[in-house]
Structure formats: structure tokens, C-alpha cells
Design a protein around this ligand. Structure first.
Ligand SMILES: Cc1cc2nc3c(=O)[nH]c(=O)nc-3n(C[C@H](O)[C@H](O)[C@H](O)COP(=O)(O)OP(=O)(O)OC[C@H]3O[C@@H](n4cnc5c(N)ncnc54)[C@H](O)[C@@H]3O)c2cc1C
Ligand SMILES: NC(=O)c1ccc[n+]([C@@H]2O[C@H](COP(=O)([O-])OP(=O)(O)OC[C@H]3O[C@@H](n4cnc5c(N)ncnc54)[C@H](O)[C@@H]3O)[C@@H](O)[C@H]2O)c1
Length: 468
């Protein structure tokens, strides 16, 4: 008999929730984690730290108060790096403790060390002191996540050149910052530092901010980012980086256009790489895609049927939210349990820029491309009583309905609470609801959620004006 029913490699959100799901079904489960702390990117270097820093930046800058009292976007006081990192460290440590307790409560054993396959049923754990342990399992769940991609020509050893892990270890706040890569990570960090009053330049080879967003929302976000002082250098890459030995002198970046940009510090956020190196996957028949992700089928099975892979290690969408669900589904499939067997057909995206942006379902551009007739309705937070109370002057909720059936097809929000507000629309999308749901629902007053009704009436007014 194998030592365990399930051996999980990696304890980020995917590993944690895969392990707990199996333990809840009465399985004997062990989690192997190479870091001394649990929680992976989500707890330690990515999701929660960056979201906490965002709140800190908003608080220290007084930015939230601007719409209320017309105060300037200047710092309440000169923020230090310890002001900046204080809450981040507290939230991180509380989350690590929560995870440990969750695993202990469910009887999951935690083994510290780096896991790799010695055969398709055995994981070798190499501990930090050099000793080893072999653990066998009927099933193996690979949940080893991803790490920042470190492209040329950046000298990452330098204390002023950071990837998204290292930015959490900065010794002092930058006097100015260039962020390379305007993906979600780059945009979120650019906003945070700009909110602190630090001059930020955002460089990307692409020409748009987050092109997967609805074009109208992407353009609004780009405008708001400029408004808080971010300089967008799009359609460009960095061809050279000159880092002087004295930290008092600026780093000089040469862009592909030939322009040079002097900056105190650099954050490189130009993608992530799946953590597969050293796992011994290919040697044991597990296939990797061209981009280095573990290839899985719809049930998250690899080419070896009793080995599953979930989370960032399998690539898109590579979110904490989706990683947890993937892990639960993989475990349900492995042990033939009766719970959730497929991912929800519509996934939400939440982007913690300043302002927040969130979406679920189709964009206008996707509907046009598919030839689906649609009508858009918008509600501005400036016209919403709760929006006025909280000083939210720029946000909007945009709904896309099928032009004939009025079925809801897409929800897009930019502004305060966007990542929360989207859930009303997400549930409506999952239920296949139509405009009628929002017309007939009585919302709390005054709330931003009421914007769902206003946006629906806006779409219906439009149809009435132009004729159905
Ligand atoms: C800056 C940033 C912000 C983000 N913000 C959000 C957000 O707002 N919302 C969201 O949903 N997602 C966000 N994400 C993405 C999210 O963090 C990841 O999608 C999520 O952490 C993936 O979970 P995972 O369990 O697959 O991997 P990870 O969280 O990366 O965990 C993998 C674990 O495996 C361990 N490991 C690796 N190799 C081995 C090995 N050989 N042996 C043992 N252990 C090993 C690692 O040490 C790690 O603990 C963000 C990411 C970053 C970088
Ligand atoms: N709120 C969230 O859900 C959230 C937040 C942060 C990160 N994440 C996840 O983390 C992952 C990684 O995010 P990311 O932003 O690092 O990667 P990304 O791949 O999303 O974005 C990288 C960006 O860098 C640009 N780029 C690449 N090479 C470049 C170069 N040489 N010069 C200039 N620009 C270049 C790309 O055009 C792209 O816009 C994503 O899967 C994302 O979903 C999610």
C-alpha cells in the first residue's frame, strides 16, 4: 500500500485546497513544500502582498479622500518603506498561519523540502539539510506554481533592479520607478507607486493597457493611470540598461525608440515561468507545452493518468481564484467524488489597479467579432447617490445585453469596489439571466450595486430611442 492516497507538491492556493478537498473525503494526504513558509505566490509574493500594499498606498497618499474633500494627491506624510511594508507583513503572516491551521485541522501532513518524481508513484523530498525522504502516493497533484520571468538585459543582482518578488524586499522607496511590462502585475504596481507620489514610467511592447479588457474600459483605465501621474511608454522595449555603481546616480534605460529614461529603480514584470524545473516530469512521461506549462486534459490529468497538475504550473488563467477551483476539481475526479467536476463556464477577472477594474463575460469587441447583436447600458458612479457620498467621480458599470433576448452577455466595472461589484453580474451571467432580473430586483439604496438597475435602464432607453 502507498504511504498516502494523495501526495501534493507545492503549497500555494492550489496545493492547499487540493489537499484539504482530499482530506475532507477521508483520504490520507501529504503536502510537500520547498519554502519554509506555506502559501506560495498568493500569500507571500503575489496576490495578498500586492493587494495589501495597494490599500496602504491609498491610505498613505490620501488618494481616496481626494474626491471627497478636494485634497491634493500628495502624501499625508513622507512614507517610509517600513510604513509601506508594515501591513503587508502582518497580512502575510496571518495568512501563513491560517493555511497551517487549515491543513492541521483536516489532518494533512506537511513535509518541508523540494519534491521531485523518482517514479510515477514516488516523490523524493530533498530537505534543506541535505537529507531525503521518499513518499509514495496512489495519486500525485503537481501544484508548484510559477516564478517571475527574468529576461535580458536586466542585472537582477543589483539592489535597485527588481522582479515582482524582490519588490517586496526593497530597502527604500524609489525616488522614481520604471516598470517594464504593462500586464496585470506591471499595471497594479505602477498604480501603487504612482499613488505614493513617485514618478512612474510604464513600458510595454504592446500599444494598449490590458488588451483583454473591453476597449472602452481599457481606455478609461489608461486615462486614469495618466491622471495619477503614470507615463505610458507603449510600443517599446528596453534595449539597454546601464546601472551605475553609486545608488545616488540614476539607472539609465535605453528604449527601442532610442529614447533614454533615467530612473532610481526598475521593476521588471514581463511574464512568469512555470515551476517545472527539477521535478523530473518529462522523464516520467508528463508532457510540457512549448511555453513550459504542464499539459493537462479537461479534468487536470497529465499524460500519466494518476498524476494531476493545477494552478499556475498549467498556465492560463493562472489566478489564485482559478487555481483553488482547479485543485478541487482534480481531486474530485481522481477519487471519483460527487462534488464539482468542471470549472464555472464564466470566470471573473479582478484587476487591482487604481482604480480597480473587473469583468466577466464578453467584451464589446468579442461580440462584434462573433456577430452577436448586442446593446450596451452604462451607469456612471458620479450619477449614483452612493458614488456621490463616497466621492467616486469616475467609475462606471457597463452591461452588455443580447439585443433581442436582452440576455446578459458581459459585465464591466471600473472604479471603487469594482472587483466586488462584478459578482452581481457574474451570478446573473451564470444563471443565464436577462435585463428583467435587474429591473425587478430591489437593490439596497444608496449603493453602488444599484448601478445595475441604472445601466439596464440605460440599455433599454437606448433601444426605445433607436427602435428594437
Ligand atoms: C504580484 C502578483 C499579484 C497577483 N494578484 C492576483 C490577484 O489579485 N488575484 C488572483 O487571483 N491571482 C493573483 N496572482 C496570481 C496568483 O498569485 C497565482 O495564480 C497563484 O498563487 C497560483 O497558485 P499555485 O498554487 O498554482 O502556485 P503558487 O502560489 O506559486 O504556489 C506554488 C508553491 O509550490 C512550491 N514549490 C514549487 N516547486 C516545488 C517543489 N519542487 N517542491 C515543493 N514545493 C514546491 C512553491 O514554493 C510554492 O509555495 C498574482 C500574482 C502575482 C505575482
Ligand atoms: N489581479 C490579478 O488577477 C492578477 C494580478 C497580478 C498578476 N496576476 C497574474 O500573474 C500573471 C503574470 O502577470 P504579468 O503581468 O507578469 O505577465 P503578463 O504576461 O500578463 O504581462 C507581461 C507584459 O509584459 C510585456 N512584455 C513582455 N516582454 C516585454 C519586453 N521585453 N518589453 C516590454 N514589455 C514586455 C507584455 O507585452 C505584457 O503586457 C498573470 O497570469 C496574471 O493573471 C493576476
Amino acid at each position: 500500500m502507498a504511504d498516502f492516497d494523495l501526495v501534493v507538491i507545492g503549497c500555494g492556493p492550489a496545493g492547499e485546497w487540493g489537499a484539504v478537498q482530499a482530506a475532507l473525503a477521508g483520504k490520507r494526504v501529504v503536502v510537500v513544500e520547498k519554502e519554509p513558509v506555506l502559501g506560495g505566490t498568493a500569500a507571500n509574493t503575489g496576490t495578498l502582498p500586492s493587494k495589501t500594499l495597494r490599500e496602504t498606498a491609498l491610505h498613505l497618499s490620501g488618494l481616496k479622500a481626494r474626491g471627497l474633500y478636494s485634497v491634493e494627491t500628495t502624501l499625508r506624510h513622507e512614507a517610509t518603506v517600513s510604513d509601506f511594508l508594515y501591513r503587508e507583513r502582518r497580512v502575510k503572516s496571518m495568512e501563513r498561519e491560517r493555511i497551517l491551521q487549515n491543513l492541521q485541522r483536516h489532518g494533512v501532513e506537511v513535509v518541508r523540502g523540494t519534491g521531485s518524481l523518482t517514479d510515477t508513484h514516488t516523490v523524493r523530498v530533498l530537505r534543506q539539510d541535505g537529507t531525503e525522504r521518499l513518499i509514495s502516493g496512489d495519486y500525485i497533484l503537481i501544484a508548484t506554481g510559477s516564478s517571475p520571468f527574468r529576461p535580458q538585459p536586466y542585472p537582477f543582482g543589483d539592489a535597485r533592479v527588481h522582479d515582482s518578488d524582490e519588490i517586496l524586499e526593497i530597502g527604500r522607496l524609489p525616488r522614481s520607478l520604471v516598470v517594464v511590462g504593462a500586464g496585470v502585475i506591471g499595471c497594479e504596481y505602477a498604480c501603487m507607486f504612482a499613488a505614493l507620489g513617485i514618478p512612474v514610467t510604464l513600458v510595454d511592447v504592446k500599444h494598449e493597457v490590458l488588451p483583454f479588457l473591453d476597449d472602452e474600459i481599457s481606455a478609461l483605465l489608461a486615462q486614469r493611470m495618466k491622471d495619477i501621474g503614470i507615463r505610458l511608454c507603449f510600443g517599446q522595449t528596453v534595449s539597454a540598461v546601464a546601472v551605475p555603481s553609486s545608488a545616488d546616480e540614476p539607472i539609465r534605460l535605453t528604449l527601442s525608440s532610442g529614447e533614454t529614461v533615467d530612473t532610481d529603480q526598475v521593476l521588471v514584470a514581463s511574464g512568469r515561468t512555470a515551476n517545472t524545473s527539477g521535478l523530473g516530469l518529462e522523464a516520467h512521461g508528463i508532457k510540457l507545452s512549448k511555453r513550459g506549462h504542464v499539459e493537462v486534459g479537461p479534468d487536470f490529468q497529465t499524460a500519466v493518468p494518476h498524476i494531476y497538475a493545477v494552478g499556475d504550473v498549467i498556465g492560463f488563467p493562472a489566478l489564485a481564484s482559478t487555481s483553488m477551483d482547479q485543485a478541487r476539481i482534480a481531486v474530485e475526479h481522481a477519487f471519483d467524488l460527487t462534488g464539482q467536476r468542471t470549472m464555472a463556464p464564466v470566470l471573473p477577472y479582478g484587476i487591482y489597479t487604481i482604480p480597480e477594474v473587473s469583468m466577466a463575460g464578453e467584451t464589446e469587441e468579442a461580440l462584434r467579432e462573433k456577430g452577436v447583436p448586442y446593446v450596451a447600458g452604462r451607469a456612471s458612479f458620479a450619477q449614483n447617490p452612493r458614488g456621490q457620498i463616497i466621492g467616486e467621480r469616475h467609475g462606471i458599470l457597463k452591461l452588455l445585453f443580447h439585443r433581442e433576448s436582452l440576455k446578459l452577455l458581459g459585465v464591466h466595472v471600473i472604479g471603487e469596489q469594482a472587483t466586488e461589484l462584478v459578482h452581481v453580474g457574474l451570478i446573473a451571467l451564470l444563471m443565464g439571466a436577462s435585463a428583467r432580473l435587474f429591473v425587478e430586483t430591489c437593490f439596497n439604496y444608496p449603493t453602488l450595486s444599484e448601478a445595475y438597475k441604472a445601466a439596464t435602464f440605460d440599455a433599454m432607453d437606448y433601444l426605445q430611442r433607436v427602435g428594437d
